[in-house]
Design a protein around this ligand. Structure first.
Ligand code: GLN
Ligand code: ZN
Length: 772
């Protein structure tokens, strides 16, 4: 029988136990021992779940209290200089240090900035970025991998497979903190630590070791390719008997294919969900005559749909035909970290209906699918195999034909889209004077990005309404009061374009998902986003349709309170797509176009209701970029088009804004310009307007609001610093195109600092005007 294995299991617990334990520990509500115990309980539960599912090779060291990359930085003692002082204090324990690196530290006269966090490849998971210096040294520091190996071995009674972040990907994920070297130059210093780790594990009785090297799917140069070859040659020579499994996922190997198939390892894991053609490609190489086994990632670790068993079996069959059964392993496509934990905890019908539920598999269910596949592959003619296949086929057919999924009117509308649907009536240079004429705004007009503080009162009211402790009328009354207060206050401090405050929204994607057909919501489908933060992405299961207006009522109400223009607030199609689990039975672009049409209808309805300025937020456009460059163009083309579909149904006088958070715009500035929003607001204050350079060099023609203060911190910016930033912007961009606004929405802030900061901002705009 082919061997089954798993690359990693979610560590948040089926009811977010990890998050709760971390937060309680930080708040001093549980002891260090209780906190450690929660980790142990989660690990133990995970191992037993995998064993009971019948997985043969079970991972360990995939657990982390915060982030596995941070764990690895501690393991190899890559502690940034600024944390040394803390690390060396006698009363600092490893846990204090760990969380200081993850979250920053302000105590005992120390003020240490947290390490940076960034997206893990194209997933919604964020890791802590390793920091390297020119004279970076590495040494073995943490015992984590050894302790967890022993722990797993005891719990399981078999030998587990430790997961190590591979040396090359680890270095690539990091950042040089000074100039004069490349982080890959550090490989020679890093490898001896891996040698030490393997030595210890060998003494503990390890057999298989999984090296995660997803860096192999990225575009690479000579130096990178040489680094992989050096690293695995080094380790192979020193450990001829250990079994190395090299895991790569999320994409095709591209130009790294030959390299990947020739590395001296015992098994190579490939992601056949993201890159099904890879199997044929590999079987055409000399790999076929080697002794290396192939691990087939056939169960999607990034999405929530049940597996198409027949399709997976075809791949398995092809591999076993070519390589023989003992050279094939079956696994999920990547670590199950990116999937929600357990569909069995979805019990309330108000969430996922039984019809939708049978189409889904979360992490635990995916383990069962892996085992089923291996079992069927071993005995395809058995009664068991036949019944599993028949059952799977029946569900898949029912899903394909379900009336829940198919809306012929929506499909027809997508097919009938014409070029004119993706263009505003006139070009920007002709729209701009019409909009200026109508809106009569001063130079340096001031506005905000949409949300105002979501206070405890707002949250409590919503929770009570959801629990049935408040009626809809009571809840809406409360929201109206908050909105009115916000409008009055914005008028008072003299903002120019007002917002209603988004008090009625829980989340910028969930709010729209709940009002659109084709979306479903789980009760417990949480996925780790970073550290203690989890998200519960909506599930897009069917054709997207807007049964009725979603925001018009609230925006119209806010506008009725004031003569100043109130900006309508919408989330854009790409962001809604990007932050949801997306159906796998049609291309992402088609789903995105359907969402775009729904948003377009909303934009038109807002205009009809008298709203003159409408913002379509697209913070996720940049993060949707495919991992490999050669796929960028196609993505950007449909993503930009979707935005344009959503924005182009209105008259020239209606001003369309868009907003994007911290993004590098350099390599996508042409496409940002192609979106043709009348105004774009971007996050720039943390980089001291550096992010504006791309717009300046490109001669970006439309209006732009570079954020003048960082909303991620409670710190109140002074008027002077904002004036300085505005002057900096005015030096390089036409003044008539400039807006004044914060970096992002204010929902995570409290009122006191928000009030002061926005007052200062309005004054800064006044000063900037007087200087023109
Ligand atoms: N309009 C949203 C808000 O202000 C935008 C949030 C975002 O960019 N992430 O909250
Ligand atoms: Zn933002």
């Amino acid at each position: 029988m082919v061997i089954t294995h798993n690359l990693g299991y979610p560590r948040i617990g089926s009811h977010r136990e990890l998050k709760k334990a971390n937060e309680s520990y930080w708040a001093g509500k549980i002891t260090h021992a209780q906190w450690l115990e929660t980790g142990q309980r989660i690990r133990r539960g995970n191992w037993l779940t995998q064993q009971q599912a019948g997985i043969s090779l079970i991972p360990c060291n995939d657990f982390s209290f915060y982030d596995q990359t941070l764990d690895w930085s501690l393991t190899v003692n890559a502690i940034p200089e600024r944390f040394r002082l803390l690390a060396e204090k006698p009363d600092t324990n490893e846990t204090d240090l760990y969380f200081a690196m993850a979250r920053g530290f302000q105590k005992d006269g120390l003020d240490l900035i947290a390490m940076e966090m960034t997206k893990w490849f194209d997933a919604n998971y964020h890791y802590i970025v390793p920091e390297f210096s020119r004279d970076q040294a590495f040494s073995l520091r943490s015992e984590k991998v050894f302790t967890e190996f022993d722990e797993a071995k005891t719990v399981l009674g078999t030998v587990p497979k430790p997961v190590l972040l591979g040396p090359v990907t680890y270095l690539l994920l990091g950042k040089e903190k000074e100039s004069g070297f490349h982080r890959l130059d550090l490989l020679d210093r890093l490898l001896p630590v891996y040698e030490q780790v393997l030595n210890r594990l060998q003494t503990q009785g390890v057999e298989w070791i999984q090296f995660d090297e997803p860096g192999l799917v990225l575009n690479s140069d000579e130096q990178q390719r040489a680094a992989y070859a050096t690293a695995y040659r080094f380790l192979r020579d020193r450990f001829p008997k250990l079994k190395f499994l090299l895991a790569s996922y999320f994409e095709c190997f591209g130009e790294n294919l030959t390299l990947a198939t020739q590395l001296p390892v015992d098994a190579l894991h490939i992601d056949l969900v993201r890159c099904p053609s890879q199997l044929d490609d590999i079987l055409k190489t000399a790999f076929i005559d080697s002794k290396t086994a192939l691990s087939l990632g056939v169960v999607d670790g990034r999405n929530i749909w049940i597996n198409n068993l027949n399709r997976s079996l075809e791949l398995i069959q092809k591999a076993t035909d070519a390589l023989g059964r003992d050279r094939v392993l079956v696994a999920p496509s990547c670590s199950l970290l990116h999937a929600p934990v357990d569909l069995d905890s979805e019990t309330e019908v108000s969430g996922l209906t039984p019809e939708i539920k049978q189409w889904l598999a979360f992490a635990k269910q995916k383990l069962a699918e892996v085992v089923k596949l291996a079992t069927i592959a071993a005995q395809p003619d058995s009664e068991q195999a036949k019944s599993w296949l028949a059952e799977n086929e029946a569900v898949l057919t029912a899903r394909r034909q379900s009336t829940l999924i198919n809306r012929p009117d929506v499909q027809a509308r997508v097919n009938q889209l014409t070029d004119s649907d993706t263009h505003r009536q006139a070009a920007f240079e002709n729209r701009q004077p019409l909009q200026h004429e109508r809106l009569q705004l001063p130079l340096f007009p001031t506005t905000t990005i949409g949300s105002f503080p979501q206070t405890d009162a707002v949250r409590v009211n919503r929770a009570k309404f959801k629990k049935g402790e408040k009626t809809l009328a009571q809840y809406e009354d409360f929201i109206r009061q908050e909105t009115e207060k916000a409008i009055r206050w914005q008028e008072e401090i003299g903002l120019d374009v007002l917002v209603h405050g988004e008090f009625e929204r829980n989340d910028m994607v969930e709010y729209f998902g709940e009002l659109l057909d084709g979306f479903a919501f789980s009760q417990n489908g949480w996925v780790q986003s970073y550290g203690s933060r989890c998200v519960k992405p909506p599930i897009i299961y069917g054709d997207v349709y807007r049964p009725e207006a979603m925001t018009v009522r609230w925006t119209e109400y806010a506008q009725s309170l004031t003569k100043k223009p109130v900006k309508g607030m919408l989330t854009g199609p790409v962001t809604i797509l990007q932050w949801s689990f997306v159906r796998d039975d049609q291309p992402r672009r088609d789903t995105c176009t359907q969402i775009a049409l729904a948003i377009r209808d909303e934009v038109v309805d807002l205009e009809q209701a008298g709203i003159q300025v409408i913002q379509i937020d697209e913070p996720a456009i940049r993060e949707g970029l495919p991992l490999r460059r050669e796929n960028w163009e196609t993505y950007l083309e449909w993503a930009v088009k979707a935005f344009r579909v959503s924005a182009s149904g209105v008259r020239n006088e209606t001003q369309i804004h868009t907003h994007m958070c911290y993004s590098e715009f350099n390599d996508i500035i042409q496409q940002i310009a192609d979106m043709d929003a009348d105004v774009i607001t971007i996050e720039t204050s943390r980089s001291q307007m550096e992010l504006l350079d791309a717009f300046v060099q490109f001669n970006y023609p439309n209006e732009i609001g570079p954020g003048v203060y960082d909303i991620h911190s409670p710190r109140v910016p002074t008027k002077a610093e904002m004036v300085a930033l505005l002057n900096k912007a005015a030096d390089v961009l036409p003044v008539r195109n400039l807006w004044v606004n914060p970096d992002c929405g204010l929902k995570t802030r409290r009122w006191p600092e928000t009030e002061q900061a926005l007052k200062n901002m309005v004054q800064a705009a006044q000063t900037a005007r007087s200087l023109v």
